[in-house]
Design a protein around this ligand. Structure first.
Ligand code: NAD
Length: 515
């Protein structure tokens, strides 16, 4: 891990001689790096540097910026071992979790935005529809805000930290990224890689430190804030951003339901239920957090899920294929997991496998399946964020939909049935930003459609046109070339003109629908 120490050195991001925060490997408890804890003045200096660099970056145009993104993609793939080792070391996740959900996502995303940014942000020229604007031309354009502050969580040190910087950069902004306090090393490695492929100085800067100080300082300085994290912190960010009316986009927590109908392919549904609830130790905003199984198939589905869960290997991630389930990244989560399982058991749930922390080195929680659960239990109504799968028996489709929607969250969801038309009908009734039929989580790779949370799972969206327009101030330009010296509505007012206008209004707008 010597190389990681080197990149975490204060001089690599200009932080001088600040207090340093240790970065721990949660699978082993070992310290794998140190990063400076930046205060308000350091963050202010970073944002000032980024602001000075923005016009140069913007002047490179989409082609120039896209070329750097593509070169960086090659760098990431060439340096994949170092990248994956860094992610695994600071998060405790498995190499496979890092490979698919971090390296693949970001590599794909770099190409996607390099290709589509220009098309999504192109000027729109129009003729006005209003008779009052005859002869004018209209242009709608999108101007980058300037310096975007990105604040990210620990569960995806690459995807949910640098991932959101890509469209911000492609739009012509410079970026100051505040990575999660627990997992900053991946972001520092990204800064090194971007420098290696020739990104101009100060276009991408990393502000390391805690949320309360470093994160808050960034909100006070940046021109726009892109935040991914918990709903509780999202609300604080929104309140702080309201002081300067700084535009924000919030990607927050979830409690994603899975509905297994009586005509589902149970083998696929069970494999998916185990994978999408236990991969990354269940620490994914869009993991399957709760399951509703139709009573006709409930018992068979549960026994398949339990059998597959018992076969999972858990432990310190080694080389490729070493374990299926890694560590819990944030130690405090273990307490929450204990609490949710204990609360469920106290209220009548049965733990069919797992249910406890693992003894010994590192922070691990056993892959856990529960039945006999209901909505009086925290494990069903709150975000648990661990390798837990509570399965509830439901009498019919209607009840499954009602329970799935009985949540303050609305991030992602899934419905499993062999009848895809029925699946789509159910999906359309789920109050979530994303919904899959016979799939889950993988929709995060569908960058062409917007991804964002409903209800308390967020505001705004990433991906698609929305995912880049949000990093720009739109400006509508009206151009008048040929026009009279005096318009009819100019001063002075006259009785004749007012009456004429009234007749015109009645003629133009005074009719209802033609049937
Ligand atoms: P968190 O909210 O605790 O922290 C997220 C980031 O905010 C960290 O960088 C933290 O240092 C910073 N922060 C904390 N307090 C702050 C403050 N007052 N001002 C500014 N910054 C502050 O979240 P977490 O525990 O790191 O991540 C897990 C959560 O993130 C889960 O709820 C998960 O569902 C959510 N998440 C959502 C998505 C999504 O796309 N919707 C993706 C990943 C994670």
């Amino acid at each position: 891990m010597a190389t990681i120490e080197q990149h975490a050195h204060p001089q690599s991001n200009g932080a001088g001689t600040l207090e340093h925060l240790p970065v721990l490997n949660p699978a082993t408890g070992e310290t794998v790096g140190h990063v400076p804890s930046m205060g308000a003045s350091e963050v202010e200096a970073l944002v000032a540097r980024a602001r000075a660099a923005q016009p140069i970056w913007n002047s490179l145009g989409y082609k120039g910026r896209g070329a750097i993104m593509r070169d960086f993609r090659r760098w990431l793939v060439q340096n994949r071992d170092r990248l994956l080792e860094t992610i695994v070391a600071e998060s405790g996740k498995t190499r496979e979790d890092a490979q698919l959900a971090e390296l693949v996502y970001v590599a794909d995303s770099l190409g996607f935005w390099a290709k589509h940014a220009e098309k999504f942000l192109r000027d729109r020229k129009m003729r006005p529809h209003s008779p009052f604007l005859l002869g004018r031309r209209l242009v709608e354009r999108h101007r980058p805000y300037g310096v975007v502050g990105v604040i990210g969580p620990w569960n995806y040190p690459l995807t949910n930290n640098f991932g959101d910087c890509i469209p911000a950069l492609m739009a012509g902004n410079t970026v100051v990224l505040k990575p999660a306090t627990l997992t900053p090393l991946t972001s520092l490695l990204v800064a090194e890689g971007l420098k290696a492929v020739g990104i101009p100085d100060d276009v991408f800067l990393v502000a390391t430190g805690g949320g309360g100080e470093t994160g808050k300082a960034l909100i006070d300085q940046a021109d726009m804030i892109m935040f991914t994290g918990s709903t509780d912190v999202g609300k604080k960010i929104m309140a702080q951003a309201s002081e300067r009316l700084t535009p924000i986009s919030l990607e927050l927590g979830g409690n994603d339901p899975m509905i297994v109908l009586e005509d589902a392919d149970l083998e696929r549904a069970a494999n998916a239920a185990v994978f999408y609830s236990m991969s990354n130790s269940g620490q994914t905003c869009i993991s399957i957090e709760r399951c509703y199984a139709h009573e006709d198939i409930h018992d068979e589905f549960v026994s398949k899920v339990v059998e597959k869960t018992r076969k999972l290997r858990q432990g310190e991630p080694g080389g490729p294929g070493s374990v299926e389930v890694g560590a819990i990244t944030f130690e405090d989560q273990l307490e929450l997991l204990d609490e949710h399982v204990a609360d469920a058991v106290e209220k009548g749930a049965r733990v069919l496998t797992g249910g406890r922390r693992r003894e010994g080195r590192g922070d691990f929680f056993e892959p856990t399946v529960l039945t006999g659960v209901d909505h009086s239990m925290r494990i069903m109504t709150e975000e648990t964020f661990g390798p837990t799968l509570p399965i509830m028996r439901v009498p019919d489709e209607e009840e499954a939909i009602r329970l799935a929607n009985d949540s303050i969250y609305g991030l992602d969801s899934s419905v499993w049935t062999r009848d895809v038309a029925r699946g789509e009908r159910v999906a359309r009734r789920l109050e979530t930003g994303g919904a899959c039929v016979n799939d889950a989580i993988i929709n995060y790779l569908a960058t062409e459609v917007a991804f964002g949370g409903a209800k308390q799972s967020g505001i705004g969206a990433r991906h698609s046109v929305e995912g880049i327009k949000k990093y720009c101030q739109s400006q509508a330009i009206l151009i008048t070339r040929f026009a009279p010296k005096r318009e009819v509505h100019f001063f002075p007012h006259s009785r004749r003109m007012t009456k004429l206008l009234e007749r015109f209004i009645v003629l133009m707008y005074g009719r209802g629908a033609r049937r």
